[in-house]
Design a protein. Structure first.
Length: 326
């Protein structure tokens, strides 16, 4: 991964560090990469202002024993933005994107109860006359993405630096993880700002600092909660992004998914239900690089029968925070 005109190798190392541990102290990052604490803090503020960097707490639906679904909504041309805006405001959507020619909205849902999913599919919003067709895909296996960050594939940090930044968490207990009702205010606060300080979380939750620290460690250790870093990859020279729906021979599905997980272009790949059995999110430097990926590393995989691709036009929501409309 090369430097941009604005951000350099140190910024890339900081992003990698935040993918490894979203709550890592700046002092620890500074010691590992060999700069001052103040330099790391300054770079963090610049990344927030210039690249849209956010660190947020995310519920791991897989560890919590809940299904995640991707919805493809084909809309009338004059209704897609309104539907995307409405979906972005919902707490049970993780990301919402406008695709293709502006007539398709794709979103990932993270329902906390079965009723949430029913409300999303059959509620007032999706009965809009602007909605032409809904296709729902259940994610049945994730090969890459989620708590595994994309920038780490480009190795801004060495293996030794990566190991030095890994969080020390208590081991997970067997079986599904759980978020207790009295943890909900803490999880909600971390959903807004994953790097909120312990004193800030104390004020927001009414719990002591020691209790806040202990519960964060327990939730992370169980796998119920992880921290993700989001930023504008275009600011680092990756200006082309697309979603792929891939049809693979059933006997080759696992092999293709694992192979795609190793590709540097792949930010997310999961096996899904539906007519296509893999979906992936791809980041490349430009459309020529996208073509090279489709015709080369992806197209050469045994078992790939069909690929449908659609560029991202506008990202209405990433993870749990709404992106500013431009």
């Amino acid at each position: 991964m090369g430097e941009s005109d604005v951000f350099d190798a140190l910024d890339l190392k900081l992003l990698h560090a935040l993918e490894i541990d979203g709550r890592v102290p700046f002092s620890r990052v500074a010691a590992v990469v060999g700069v001052s604490d103040q330099t790391v803090a300054r770079r963090y503020r610049r990344l927030r202002a210039g690249a849209g960097l956010r660190v947020v707490g995310v519920r791991d639906t897989g560890r919590l024993g809940r299904d995640a679904r991707m919805l493809r909504l084909r809309c009338a041309p004059d209704g897609a933005e309104a539907i995307a805006t409405g979906l972005a405001r919902r707490p049970d959507t993780a990301w919402v994107h406008l695709m293709s020619a502006g007539t398709e909205v794709v979103c990932m849902t993270l329902p906390r109860t079965p009723g949430d999913h029913d409300d999303l599919l059959f509620g007032k919003l999706l009965r809009s006359r602007s909605l032409v067709e809904i296709t729902a895909h259940q994610l049945v296996h994730r090969f890459y993405g989620g708590r595994t960050g994309w920038i780490g594939k480009h190795r801004p940090l060495t293996a030794e630096q990566t190991a030095a930044l890994a969080p020390d968490l208590p081991p997970a207990a067997p079986g599904p993880a759980r978020i207790a009702p009295d943890d909900e205010p803490l999880v909600a606060a971390l959903k807004v700002d994953g790097r909120a300080t312990h004193p800030e979380l104390q004020r927001l939750t009414g719990r002591s600092e020691s209790s806040v620290k202990r519960r964060i460690a327990a939730l992370r250790g169980s796998g119920a909660l992880y921290f993700d870093a989001e930023y504008d990859s275009a600011r680092f020279g990756f200006t082309s992004s697309a979603m792929l729906w891939i049809t693979v021979a059933p006997g080759e599905l696992d092999a293709v998914g694992r192979a795609m997980a190793e590709h540097p272009e792949t930010a997310h790949v999961s096996a899904i239900t539906g007519s296509a059995n893999l979906m992936a999110s791809i980041l490349t430097r430009d459309t020529a690089s996208l073509y090279a990926y489709l015709s080369g590393p992806l197209g050469s995989l045994a078992g790939v029968r069909h690929v449908e691709s659609a560029p991202y036009l506008r990202r209405f929501k990433e993870l749990t925070y709404p992106r500013p409309l431009r």
